[in-house]
Design a protein around this ligand. Structure first.
Ligand code: CP3
Length: 369
């Protein structure tokens, strides 16, 4: 229909497109494998390249970010089927005018979180030019896609709108979520306005990540499970649905011809699995609390499922890892359709990379059987 040239046409084509085929629901020879936070602190080569530099500084340097993204692909050659761009979900609050620091050993910190209606208004009034504010992210994606030279497809990502609202209001990680709960209960309308703006920016960011070279996308709603079912339906799900509905329209407008597979990972949102399977995403990521068989039953073939090894299993013996991988892959129906291997959450900094190699090798062996 569109006569516009596809802006992604000049990129190297995938030599290994296993994850793209699986994410589109096709039958595959074995389940594709990747791991949330596969690039990062458990890898000695990460520390070497990061060399004590500030976290966001490394994300904003295309050479360094692309090198860190490719490290696990190089180390686990032929064992990992996708790369994920080295960046963070908090780059959207930054693009919306908020200051975010990464404190060594402590995690993210917002020196001026949203606490008053005036704070919120400032964010709502701030004009966000996605291409300009996040140009460094697009440069990193393009460089990474070209450097990968088709070896594996490249993931782009964003944080879920409710998760980002949580960080913007709490000012960092939280145990009690006092401030965000105060916000959604005391200022629901204002909360919705901010969620809406985050969603608009996220859709544009995801679309432009594809133009810049991302071939598959994931939304991380990491704090989804902190909401009750009713509040999830009000403060998370409608925005997740807006992303899955509007993103393909925006991609079409930009001239992208391929269908770009989209994954939602909403951690600990067990009460919402049925709805998430109907929310317009191709794949639903599961944390490790799920018995795969139970999730397969609820899904009933609607989408692909991704996950869900407890990352803590990596601290166990090889025998334990094998047993858990077997249970996982069998539980997901053998892995040749509607399934993508992952952990139920990210890697930890203390993990032994050789244990992760064993996990991947066993996923290949058991998943190919
Ligand atoms: O390898 C990958 O998965 C790609 C890169 C990636 C990072 N963060 C790198 C990172 C991705 C996809 C993220 C997403 C992200 N960031 C999420 C969603 C996933 C999840 O874990 O739930 C969240 C909630 C964040 C926010 C964030 N960024 C936190 C809470 C922290 C501190 C983590 C900690 O354990 O201290 C970060 C920092 C961060 N993001 C690091 C990395 C490699 C550690 C930075 C360092 O100190 O070197």
């Amino acid at each position: 229909m569109s006569s516009k040239a596809d802006p992604t046409e000049h990129f190297p084509k995938p030599k290994n497109d296993l994850i793209l085929r699986a994410a589109l629901g096709q039958e595959v020879e074995r389940p594709p494998c990747w791991i949330m936070r596969q690039a990062g602190r458990y890898l000695p080569e990460y520390h070497e390249v990061k060399n004590g530099r500030d976290f966001f500084e490394t994300c904003r340097d295309a050479e360094i970010a692309s090198e860190i993204t490719i490290q696990p692909i190089r180390r686990y050659k032929n064992l990992i089927d996708a790369a994920i761009i080295f960046s963070d979900i908090l780059v959207i609050p930054q693009a919306m005018g908020m200051k975010v620091e990464m404190l060594e050993g402590k995690g993210p910190h917002f020196p001026e979180p949203l606490r008053t209606a005036e704070d919120a208004q400032k964010v709502l009034d701030y004009h966000v030019d996605v291409l300009h504010e996040l140009d460094w992210a697009f440069k990193a994606l393009t460089m990474t896609r070209n450097k990968l030279d088709g070896e594996v497809p490249l993931f782009g990502f964003v944080g879920g709108p409710y998760t980002l609202l949580t960080y913007m209001v709490e000012g960092g990680g939280s145990k009690m979520f006092r401030f965000v709960k105060e916000w959604i209960n005391k200022r629901p309308e204002l909360s919705h306005k901010i969620l809406d703006k985050i969603t608009t920016v996220s859709i544009e960011f995801l679309a432009q990540q594809v133009v810049a070279g991302a071939q598959i996308l994931q939304v991380f709603e990491s704090w989804g499970g902190e909401l009750g079912s009713e509040d999830f339906d009000e403060f998370s799900l409608p925005y997740l649905r807006r992303i899955s509905k509007e993103l393909p329209l925006r991609l079409k407008e930009l001239g992208v011809k391929d269908k770009i597979p989209l994954t939602i990972f909403s951690k600990n949102s067990w009460y919402a699995l049925d709805k998430l399977c109907d929310s317009g995403y191709d794949t639903v990521g599961l944390d490790w609390s799920w018995d795969p068989k139970e999730a397969v039953k609820i899904n009933n073939g609607r989408v692909n499922l991704q996950g869900n090894l407890d990352p803590g299993v990596i601290y166990g013996s090889k025998e334990v890892i094998t047993k858990k991988v077997e249970r996982m892959i069998k539980g997901f129906g053998g892995g040749k359709k509607n399934y993508i291997v992952n952990f139920g959450h990210g890697t930890h900094p203390f993990m032994d990379p050789e244990q992760i190699r064993w996990f991947l090798e066993e996923c290949h062996r058991i998943g190919s059987a």
